[in-house]
Each structure stands twice: as C-alpha cells, then as structure tokens.
Design a protein around this ligand. Structure first.
Ligand code: FES
Length: 112
C-alpha cells in the first residue's frame, strides 16, 4: 500500500524551547515536538511506552528525553526506550523549512 505524505505546519522552531518541547494535538493523539540544545527537532507521540507519561514534560538531554514519571530514557531519534527498558513511542517524520516545523501527518493511523 502506498503511503501518503502530508506535511503539516506546526509552527516556528523558535516556538519550541531549547532542550524542551511543545505539544500538538491531532484528532487521534497528542504529539510532542522536541528541540535539542543543538537545534535538532524530533516528534514523538506524547505518551511514554512505560505507563503513558507525558514525554513533553520530560528533561531533554542530548538526543534523549527522560520521562517525568519514572525516568525511563527515550531516544528522540527512534522513540525507543534505552538501557534495560523496552518499549517504543511512535515517531513522526519532521522537516524544517524557512524556520517552520512540518510533521508528516500522512503516517498517522488511528490510535490503537
Ligand atoms: S510512564 Fe514513563 S517512565 Fe513510567
């Protein structure tokens, strides 16, 4: 099946705090948009793979975020838990154009 691509403008890079995140709501889920200290942008479902904690409220360090509930460390590049923990937050493709962040909403499937 051919995947559709639909890049949705979620606002300016500067609207996301450095080493922080902001959230974007869709009809089916909430997405956390992260900005690292080196200005890289990542988008993950705002739901920790452990017990659903809000990853957007975690501390960003390097290319990882620490979940605020039980401190699982989630890799921002692929959404995978690191270390001995296992699980994965859904990752969304992002691109930056003229200072704006676009998330590929074409990969959105109904929430399980
Ligand atoms: S809910 Fe994220 S570590 Fe437990």
């Amino acid at each position: 099946m051919e995947e559709k691509t639909y890049w949705f403008d979620v606002g300016r890079v500067s609207a996301v705090p450095l080493r922080g995140a902001r959230t974007v709501r869709t009809p089916s889920r909430e997405i956390a948009v992260f900005r690292t200290a080196s200005n890289d942008i990542f988008a993950l479902e705002n739901k920790c793979p452990h017990k659903g904690g809000p990853l957007s409220e975690g501390i960003v360090h390097g290319r990882k975020v620490a979940c605020p509930l039980h401190n699982w460390i989630i890799n921002l590049e692929d959404g995978e838990a690191t270390g001995a923990d296992h699980g994965c937050a859904k990752k969304f493709p992002v691109k930056i154009e003229r200072g704006h962040i676009y998330i590929d909403m074409g990969v959105l499937a109904p929430a399980e």
